[in-house]
Write a protein that binds this ligand. Structure first.
Ligand SMILES: [Zn+2]
Length: 232
């Protein structure tokens, strides 16, 4: 299995050490194009990173087109997702037996929807933890995140109104998640939404106010409860 970079940087070692406290499974690094080549996970083609737990290991799929520093940051980020899972943080699952009545194109989007829901919840913990622990400037990493979201909102307009509404709702989830970015990138994300999808922008700003109220109670989350007794 090809390695894209040896995870022997200080940041990789530190986050792998945290994971090793909770699991014996090794972390293997692979090319995300392996996932994109499969019909069920083809949507990963546009993703920067993904992870998967198998019986014997954790898999982290990276996009090797990015500079090594970006890959280092996304590796760190993804191991934080795995760490959260090992800490017992709730996971989003979709019961496909309830999806048989859906149109095929909606049913095929469920995997992607699961990833969006999981991201918007996990990232309230993963992004602050990443900024706290990684030890180097993440501006470039967050710039890549903003550019990815711009590309998403620039995509061709979907002709089917049901699918279009479905995508618009996902846009709101994506926007909520990236409002967790540092301020310069957060402001750019808001500008992009205002320009490309004004309806999603107004939902987003309203929801953001509600989310901001809940995140003031972040000390109640699984991560901070765990970290009180950990060395970090
Ligand atoms: Zn993530």
């Amino acid at each position: 299995m090809p390695k894209l970079f040896a995870p022997n940087t200080n940041s990789a070692e530190s986050v792998l050490a945290l994971l090793a406290n909770l699991s014996d499974k090794p972390v293997r690094v692979c090319d995300i194009q392996q996932l994109a080549a499969l019909p069920t996970t083809a949507y990963f083609e546009t993703y920067l990173v993904a992870n998967e737990e198998t019986q014997s290991s954790f898999m982290v799929y990276l996009d090797r087109c990015y500079p090594e520093k970006i890959q280092e940051a996304v590796f760190f980020h993804e191991v934080l997702h795995l760490l959260l899972k090992c800490e017992g943080f709730p996971q989003i699952k979709i019961n496909l037996s309830f999806a048989s009545a859906l149109k095929p194109n909606l049913r095929e989007s469920l995997g992607k929807l699961r990833v969006h829901f999981a991201s918007v919840i996990d990232h309230h913990i993963v992004f602050p933890r990443m900024l706290q622990l990684i030890g180097f400037d993440l501006s470039e990493y967050f710039d890549v995140q903003v550019n990815q979201k711009k590309l998403r909102l620039d995509r061709a307009r979907e002709p089917n109104h049901i699918i279009r509404n479905f995508y618009a709702q996902q846009d709101i989830l994506v926007g909520l998640e990236y409002l967790l970015c540092p301020e310069p990138q957060r402001n750019r994300i808001l500008e992009v939404f205002k320009d490309k999808n004004p309806a999603a922008h107004s939902c987003l700003t309203g929801l953001r106010e509600r989310v901001a109220q809940t995140t003031t109670k972040r000390q109640q989350t699984c991560f901070t409860l765990q970290s009180k007794s950990s060395p970090i």
